[in-house]
Each structure stands twice: as C-alpha cells, then as structure tokens.
Design a protein around this ligand. Structure first.
Ligand SMILES: [Ca+2]
Ligand SMILES: [Ca+2]
Ligand SMILES: [Cu+2]
Length: 226
C-alpha cells in the first residue's frame, strides 16, 4: 500500500489588532479562537486485483468542521463510466473496536477472485456515513444509487459535500475512517447487471439479494493506517 496520511490542524486566526480597535460592538461576531478544523487526506487504493473494470485510483479528504459538519471530497479515475458509485465512510465502532483498515489480497475469504463488501467489512467496518449527493447520509442510504455521484464518460468522479452526518459517530471518528468507493462494470456492457457468461458479473451482491455484485463491489479504499 502506498496510501499516506496527512493530518493538519488549522486553528482559527484571531485578528487581535482589528478587534481591539472595533471594540465590543463586534464581539458577538467573533469566532472562538479555539475552534479547530481537523483535516485528513488520503490516497484511494485499488481493492481488487486482476478483476476487469476495477483498475481505479483517487484521493479523498475528510474535514471535521467546528460546526459539527463534515466536508468530504473524493476525486477518482478509472471508475465505471456513466454509472453511480456508492461511497461511504466506513469504520469499526464501539469501545473496544479494532482499528479499521483497507482490505488486501488476503481479504478474498472464499477465494473466488473478488473481494465483496462482506469480505471487506472485517477490515473497514460498517457504514457510518453514506456519501450521497443529497438527502440522507445514514447507513440506511448505503445503496441509494439514485443519490450517489455518477462517473463521467471517461470514468472520472468528482464529489464534494458538506453535511451534518446523520450518525454522530461519523463526526466523532472522522480521523479514523476508511473511505470506500463501490461499483464496477466487470463485463464492460455499460451497466450494472447480471451476466451469466461473465465470471464476475454473474455474481450477486454479498449484502443485497437480487442486486448484482457489480453495483456493490468495493473498488477503492483509503484511510488512516493504510
Ligand atoms: Ca470473494
Ligand atoms: Ca456490467
Ligand atoms: Cu461502503
């Protein structure tokens, strides 16, 4: 893994002289100088190896703003063109939680050549925020493909949203998440579906009966300690 992590703490800068001259009239508009923005940047690495349609890469940034909002950006290339890509903040939860990470080659527990959501979850944990483009951001929106960003005709995806996470865990654990991008067009037919003739597109999602694996398969992952 070549993923790297950068952590920067940006402290609000007080303009002492200007405030002193302005006097108490402006005091109500002052920002708390102790407010901090925690910003975490990661590269997104390929989850699959040797699986057609999964040769992607990208970067992501998670910012925890002082007002309780998260600002998440994802820039990726090599994704299935013209198709929506489910994206989430994943992490382990609970007091005795083990640190989350991205699944490696050994994550393919059943040896069928592809790492599914169920096989990746022991590494990156469950969904603590759905990176939708609008509306709900809870785990309940995990497969809301009508509200996830769509890759352009060249397979590029650009996402940025500032939102109050539905699950407060997402804000509290902003510094330990894994950002995961899902969805691949294994057989290159321009859609998510079942294709009995394809070794991968013939498979069903590990988490959603009746949904093709193409729609849910983890493709990119990046986060702390990768
Ligand atoms: Ca597998
Ligand atoms: Ca397909
Ligand atoms: Cu996910």
């Amino acid at each position: 893994m070549t993923n790297r992590r950068r952590l920067t703490l940006l402290t609000a800068i007080g303009t002492g002289a200007a405030l002193a001259l302005a006097g108490p009239a402006l005091a109500a508009h002052d920002t708390n100088p102790s407010d901090k923005v925690a910003s975490y940047s990661y590269s997104l690495g390929q989850v699959q190896s040797g699986v057609p349609g999964t040769d992607a890469s990208g970067t992501t940034r998670v910012k925890a703003l002082p007002n309780g909002k998260l600002q998440v950006t994802v820039e990726a290339t090599g994704l299935a063109p013209g198709l929506p890509h489910a994206m989430h903040l994943h992490d382990t939860t609970g007091e005795d939680r083990a640190p989350s990470s991205c699944p490696g080659a050994g994550a393919d527990a059943n040896g069928d050549g592809v790492v599914t959501v169920a096989e990746g979850a022991p590494f990156y944990g469950g969904i603590i925020a759905s990176l939708t483009t609008s509306g709900d951001t809870s785990a309940a929106s995990g497969l809301a493909l009508d509200r996830f960003p769509v890759a352009d005709a060249d397979g590029n995806l650009s996402y940025s949203r500032t939102f109050t996470p539905a699950d407060p865990t997402a804000y509290a654990q902003a510094g330990s998440v894994q950002v995961v991008v899902h969805g691949a067009d294994f057989d290159g037919n321009g859609m998510y579906g079942f294709n009995a003739a394809d070794p991968f597109a013939s498979k069903e999602s590990s988490i959603a009966p009746g949904v093709p694996l193409e729609a849910t398969v983890p493709v990119l992952c990046g986060g702390i300690a990768n």
